[in-house]
Design a protein around this ligand. Structure first.
Ligand SMILES: [Zn+2]
Length: 333
């Protein structure tokens, strides 16, 4: 979606409020306090503020009451503009860049985007599980360690992946489906198993690389297959974990945009990548493959407004508050 089209669709706060009302109140306008549908719009000046009155508990509310967009200092159009830049780009955009383009301070942009990323974590709370073929993998996020020398002055070869200080992310990816990516403190069976069982249907066919932990966990599911990357086996008879690997490369791309991602904020940035991945639709297209025209199913981005609708729709009843103890932010349901 072009920026001019977006600005035309959301010229003022009223348009933004209308969009939120249509998205959040799909099943009818309800009071955030008591949840009842017995509500009426207020007239006069209050109508300009999009205020409604609950006939049951006699409270007044708007569509943003009790959400992260409540008691904001910036106009809603600015929020939408910031989200446009972030959501519409392929792998996100740095808060410094968005700050330059929108005229909002970098600190505010960063805070708004962090709250938005925190909300995108709803994927991990969904109860509908991944089915059919599900691929497991672990992604290690972090930069190259500094060059080191041993006692004799020889260059030490750095280890890769497991056993390094990098942050581990457990990835469960359904083929032509959604992904669940969770930042984990370690890759032990006790850590991964509860996540796998909560996120994946027991009837699923699990595919993974030669990892021993995944092999043990996969036994609890209907079917399991492994391909040993150590033996240079990356795909045989449809057994591979290339879907999970390509999600991992998306996570890697994120680091081209956000040069430094601390471990404390890692899950939020992973949420962002997860949302980009999950909000795609399968489309059949004609493509050229080895000189021949063939029809293929490709995954394409959903239209921008539809993506915003899904994210806002799931954010109903979620409030992001500053956590005084840690100074960070958290979602209050
Ligand atoms: Zn009420």
């Amino acid at each position: 979606m072009k920026l001019t089209d977006f600005q035309e669709a959301f010229p003022d706060d009223t348009a933004c409020m209308r969009f939120l009302e249509e998205t959040v109140w799909v099943n009818g306008r309800h009071c955030p306090e008591c949840g009842c549908l017995n509500t009426v719009p207020l007239g006069g000046k209050a109508a300009e503020r999009h205020l409604y009155h609950c006939r049951d508990c006699h409270k007044q509310f708007t569509v943003t009451s009790g959400t992260w967009l409540h008691s904001r200092k910036l106009p809603l159009t600015k929020y939408f503009e910031i989200l446009y830049y972030s959501v519409n780009s392929s792998f996100g955009m740095a808060s410094t860049r968005i700050s330059e383009w929108t005229g909002v301070s970098q600190k505010s942009v960063w805070k708004i985007l962090q709250a938005f990323r925190e909300l995108q974590g709803f994927w991990l709370t969904l109860t509908d599980k991944l089915t059919n073929t599900v691929e497991f993998d672990t992604k290690y996020v972090g930069g190259q360690p500094r060059k080191q020398k041993d006692a004799e002055g020889n260059r030490v070869k750095n280890k890769r992946g497991r056993g390094t200080k990098k942050q581990a992310v457990f990835v469960a990816a359904e083929r032509q489906g959604e992904v669940r990516a969770t930042v984990v403190p370690n890759e032990a069976e006790d850590t991964i198993r509860p996540l796998a069982e909560a996120q994946v249907d027991p009837q699923a066919h699990i595919m993974s690389d030669g990892d021993g932990t995944f092999a043990k966990i996969a036994r609890s599911f209907a079917l399991q297959s492994q391909c040993s990357h150590r033996d240079w086996d990356f795909s045989k008879d449809g057994v591979h974990n290339n879907t999970a690997e390509s999600f991992n490369s998306w996570v890697e791309h994120m680091r081209d945009v956000h040069f430094f991602v601390s471990k404390d904020h890692m899950q939020r940035y992973v949420n962002d990548v997860m949302t980009r991945w999950n909000l795609r639709v399968a489309v059949e297209r004609e493509v050229t493959q080895k000189g021949q025209r063939v029809r293929k199913i490709l995954m394409e981005k959903m239209p921008l407004l539809d993506r915003l609708r899904v994210i806002f729709g799931h954010a109903v009843g979620c409030n992001v508050r500053r956590n005084r103890k840690t100074g960070g932010i958290m979602v209050v349901a």
